[in-house]
Design a binder for this molecule. Structure first.
Ligand SMILES: [Ca+2]
Ligand SMILES: [Ca+2]
Ligand SMILES: [Ca+2]
Length: 185
């Protein structure tokens, strides 16, 4: 069945609106924060400049490609538009990787912020002016120390799943490989 994109987006908007905290309690989101690395390691994935930087992976959980032209990423709820996506689409079941390296001059896939594994941080995906599409807060004050091990990533158990955990192996831009721990931090 082919559902028009505008219907899907409207349905998605409704789902997002019903779930303002965005902590993964809604398995039907279309574009989600799927995985991230906040403590990179020397043997971790590298960006096109050879840096082992933090990164954030998005996933299209929907049945059609979706434009990210009006989506934004931030680590600060007071500044939702810190990073704006280029005008592109994510295919159904596809991934999109943004480097959270605070090096926006390195190119269009580089956000002007990093993810703090020391103090915890937040990843906020916003559509338009202020509609929060997905949001994940990690490593709060009493967070999970094992999740801060350099070179490990955190993400959904399966792509688009509601359950989060430390990934058995980082998979930037590729299907998640499963989680180590049954907890959501
Ligand atoms: Ca970089
Ligand atoms: Ca940060
Ligand atoms: Ca992945």
């Amino acid at each position: 069945m082919k559902i028009p994109l505008n219907i899907l987006l409207a349905a998605a908007a409704l789902l997002y609106t019903c779930s303002p905290t965005g902590t993964g309690d809604d398995g039907n989101r279309l574009i989600v924060i799927n995985e991230f690395m906040s403590a990179s390691s020397d043997d971790g994935p590298t960006d096109e400049h050879g840096d082992t930087d933090d990164w954030i992976e998005l996933y299209n959980n929907g049945e059609n490609e979706i434009s990210v032209a009006d989506l934004y990423l931030s680590d600060d709820s007071l500044q939702l538009h810190a990073y704006s996506f280029p005008d592109t689409v994510i295919a159904s079941g596809g991934f999109l990787l943004v480097w959270a390296d605070d090096e926006p001059l390195e190119g269009k896939w580089h956000a002007p912020f990093q993810l703090s594994w020391q103090n915890g941080d937040e990843i906020i995906l916003t559509k338009g002016r202020d509609r929060i599409v997905d949001r994940y807060r990690f490593f709060p004050e009493n967070g999970n120390p094992t999740a801060r091990v350099p070179g490990t990533s955190f993400g959904r158990a399966g792509d688009g799943d509601t359950l989060w955990g430390q990934q058995t192996e980082p998979s930037p831009g590729a299907p998640n490989r499963g989680i180590r721990e049954w907890r959501t931090d």
